[in-house]
Structures are given as C-alpha cells and as structure tokens.
Design a protein around this ligand. Structure first.
Ligand SMILES: NC(=O)c1ccc[n+]([C@@H]2O[C@H](COP(=O)([O-])OP(=O)(O)OC[C@H]3O[C@@H](n4cnc5c(N)ncnc54)[C@H](OP(=O)(O)O)[C@@H]3O)[C@@H](O)[C@H]2O)c1
Length: 262
C-alpha cells in the first residue's frame, strides 16, 4: 500500500481542504491530519482566539509555513461564508474538499425550547453546511473539480431525549448529504457522512450522565478520539474513498443509533 492508491500518509498531497470549526475538538484534529497528509488547509471558527492560533501554529509545525489559512467566520451567515470562501480562493486559488464540521449543541425538551434557540442550532448545524456546500459546489462545477464534501453527523440523528434541536439538525444533515450525492454525483462530485459516537470535547462536556453511559455501551466500550473521527473523515476525502458517494461511515465504536427507547 502506498499514498498513491490508499489512505496513505500523502493521500491529500496538493489538495486544498476547507474545514469549518477547525479551532478545537474534532475539527482541530481534522486540520492537523489533513496537513500531515499533504493538504493545504483553510479553516474557520467564530473566534480566532488562542485555540485557533494554537491550531495554526501546530499545523505549520507539522506541514511547514504557508500550509494553513484561518479566518473568523460564522457558517450560519451567508456573508461570512462568502467572505471565507472568497478569501480561501484568494489564498489557494481553488478548493478540492469541503469538510462541514462546525456545530453546537444547545438543547432542551421540546416544550421548554425557545424557537429562537431551536433556530440558532439549526442555523449553525444544518443551514451552515447548506450554505457552505452551495457556495463550494458552485466552485467545483465552475472549474470541473471532482470535489468532495464530508459532513459530520451524530448517532443522535434519529432523536434522543432533550436533543430536540441537535437531533433534528443532524437528521437533516443526513438528508442533505444524500441530496448532494444524488444531484452532483453525475458531475463527479462526492458527498458522504461520518457519524461520530461520543468524543470528549467542549461540545460533549455537558452531556447528562445517563446519556454518556448509554453511548459508552458501544461494543468497543469507550469514547472515540478526535483523531479517530478525523481519520474516517479523511479516508472519505482522499483517494481511498474514490468509489464512495452518499455513504455513511460510523466512527462510533459499533453503535449506530442512540435512540434511548424508554
Ligand atoms: N463530541 C462528540 O461527542 C460528537 C459526537 C457526534 C458528533 N459530533 C460532531 O462533530 C463535530 C465537531 O464537534 P466537536 O465535539 O469537535 O465540537 P467542539 O469541540 O465544540 O468544536 C466546535 C468547533 O466549531 C466551531 N463553531 C461553532 N459554531 C460555529 C459557527 N457558527 N461557525 C463556524 N464555526 C463554528 C467552534 O469554534 P467557535 O466556537 O469559535 O465558533 C469549534 O471550532 C460537530 O459536527 C459535532 O456535531 C461530535
């Protein structure tokens, strides 16, 4: 096996990879792993504070100077999305891969959930990938790029108690992924979904104990690592995933649905 044909070390050599939410957690690992595999990476987050600067510095340490571009952008705002994509094109000239990773989890039971909060979660977790995909797909089509989109889903995507907005957003993301795969597959563009199980990050920090226990009852009986989810994402993004379109890959230790009956 070598990097030419497999998910080897230089699988993304020369590719331009765009990552949303790259400043911490799973996104951080995706940025660093993509640079390690030879990519030039543009990432965004709403804040370009210490965490984002640290990712930038670490990516340059791994890949060398000039291999990473970072910018503050909120994926739920079309203006920010356009500015981020325009700036990326200004720096790298092209985009080959879009990894829709940014998300939040603000949740409550349906009757306790203010509609504004529901809208905020949907805006970031679902409208964000829609806006990013719409904008980047136009670039793929304009330049005849055999581009790739990977969305990051969740085992909560069929519903889980109190995950009213988060579950709804991740269920929608599954549908969006399939819609892109069907509509643009004929143009050589691929869209796939990586469903993550529990990974200890800022997002999962406030997960109720009974949830945590249930999700950790996966056959591997442990939480995933951010690098493990990143590996699955980059497998689909690179040459090793060339035949995969509309696929769902579970990076969740063997659990596929945390529906918590009863
Ligand atoms: N951790 C888990 O157990 C788990 C399980 C299943 C699926 N996932 C999925 O994995 C992905 C990454 O989650 P994570 O656990 O790594 O979360 P995290 O540690 O909270 O990181 C989220 C990242 O997204 C950014 N972000 C949030 N809102 C944004 C916005 N509106 N625009 C741009 N960037 C934004 C954050 O930076 P700013 O706050 O500065 O914007 C941060 O860089 C998400 O799609 C999540 O749903 C996670």
């Amino acid at each position: 096996m070598n990097g030419e044909t497999s998910g080897g070390r230089r699988d993304l050599d020369g590719k331009v990879v765009v990552v949303t939410g790259g400043s911490r957690g799973i996104g951080r690992s995706i940025v660093l792993a993509a640079v390690e595999r030879g990519a030039r990476v543009a990432f965004c987050a709403r804040s370009m504070g210490e965490a984002a600067q640290d990712v930038h510095a670490e990516a340059e340490r791994i890949g060398g100077t000039g291999r990473v571009f970072a910018m503050a952008a909120d994926v739920s705002h079309r203006g920010d999305v356009d500015a981020f994509v325009d700036a990326t094109l200004g720096v790298w000239g092209t985009i080959d891969v879009l990894l829709n990773n940014a998300a939040i989890d603000k949740d409550a039971l349906l009757l306790q959930m203010p509609v504004a909060e529901f809208g905020t979660v949907l805006g970031i977790n679902l409208t964000g990938p829609f806006l990013m995909s719409q904008r980047v797909l136009r670039e793929f089509l304009r330049h005849d790029t055999p581009g790739v989109i990977v969305n990051i889903g969740s085992i909560f995507d069929r519903g889980a108690p109190s995950q009213t907005a988060y579950s709804t957003s991740k269920g929608g993301l599954r549908g969006l992924t399939h819609a892109i795969a069907e509509q643009y597959g004929p143009s050589g563009i691929r869209a796939n979904l990586v469903v993550s199980g529990l990974v200890e990050t800022e997002l999962s920090r406030h997960m109720p104990a009974h949830f945590r226990k249930s999700v950790l009852s996966n056959p591997l009986a442990r939480a995933g690592g951010t690098e493990e989810v990143a590996s699955a994402v980059l497998l689909l993004a690179g040459r090793a995933g060339r035949a995969m379109n509309g696929a769902t890959v579970y990076a969740s230790g063997g659990i596929v649905d945390a529906n918590f009956p009863g």
